[in-house]
Design a protein around this ligand. Structure first.
Ligand code: ADP
Length: 227
């Protein structure tokens, strides 16, 4: 379970980026967070992964009280979370296989385990044929599939996708959303942040909308409604 308890975030002397946000997400849920650019989606995600601390409030992810984690405790906590960004954040000098394997190598996993896990995740994201391609030899949709493979190779309990389709055309967007749905169906809690409501329309999953740092609506299933 993930819970935000009365979260406030104020950057410097600006108006609050988040204002008394409370939200509970059950294990295995697929929750989209929608809102215009500047609404506070990325701030919410940064709090969730411990990259920023709330000005006030508590964030609990499973057994962790994230707002209280010390920098040295963060890597261990983040092992439970797979994160995907709009700009992919892939390593250009490595091929597809190496980009994914690297996520395990940095944790010191045995080579035998890496040799076993990488082909399986490549198969799941449909990139077996492109495993030796370098990143600049891939389409945007393929790059995002590599990033997703890298995010889920640890079997995280939560996957966070921050504008994962922001650089993609409609066809690739639909493919990436289908892949994220598949990952959710395999048991991973998914949090998908996007400014593009079209991406989440028709998913028939929970949609939380944020407007100017506050929750404006929380639709359990189906259509996104503007308050
Ligand atoms: P979104 O992800 O929905 O586009 P953000 O969470 O990035 O929104 O931003 C919410 C608000 O907080 C915006 O007004 C933005 O300008 C402000 N903000 C975000 N990060 C910072 C920062 N590091 N310093 C100052 N203001 C920030």
């Amino acid at each position: 379970m993930i819970s935000f308890h009365n979260i406030w975030k104020v950057y410097g002397k600006h108006a609050p980026a988040l204002e008394d946000v409370s939200l509970k997400i059950e294990d295995g849920e697929f929750v989209s967070i929608v809102g215009r650019s500047g609404a506070g989606k990325s701030t919410l995600i940064k709090m969730l992964i411990g990259e920023e601390k709330p000005t006030k409030g508590r964030i609990v992810v499973g057994d962790y009280e994230v707002n209280k984690l010390k920098p040295k405790e963060l890597p261990n906590f983040r092992r439970n979370i797979g994160i995907v960004f709009q700009d992919f954040k892939l390593i250009q000098t490595k091929n597809v296989y190496e980009n994914i394997a690297f996520a395990l190598e940095v944790e010191g996993r045995p080579q035998k385990e890496i040799n076993d896990l990488v082909p399986r995740v490549l198969e799941m994201v449909g990139l077996t044929d492109k495993r030796y391609n370098f990143i600049n030899e891939l389409s945007g949709g393929e790059k995002q599939r590599v990033a997703i493979a890298r995010a889920v190779i640890h079997h995280p309990s939560v996957m966070i996708a921050d504008e994962p389709t922001g650089n993609l055309d409609d066809v690739n967007t639909a493919e990436i959303i289908r892949l994220i749905l598949k990952i959710n169906e395999l048991g991973t809690t998914v949090i998908l942040a996007t400014h593009n409501r079209g991406v989440v329309d028709g998913l028939h999953r929970r949609v939380v909308s944020i407007s100017a740092g506050k929750i404006a609506s929380d639709e359990k299933k189906g259509k996104y409604i503007v308050f």
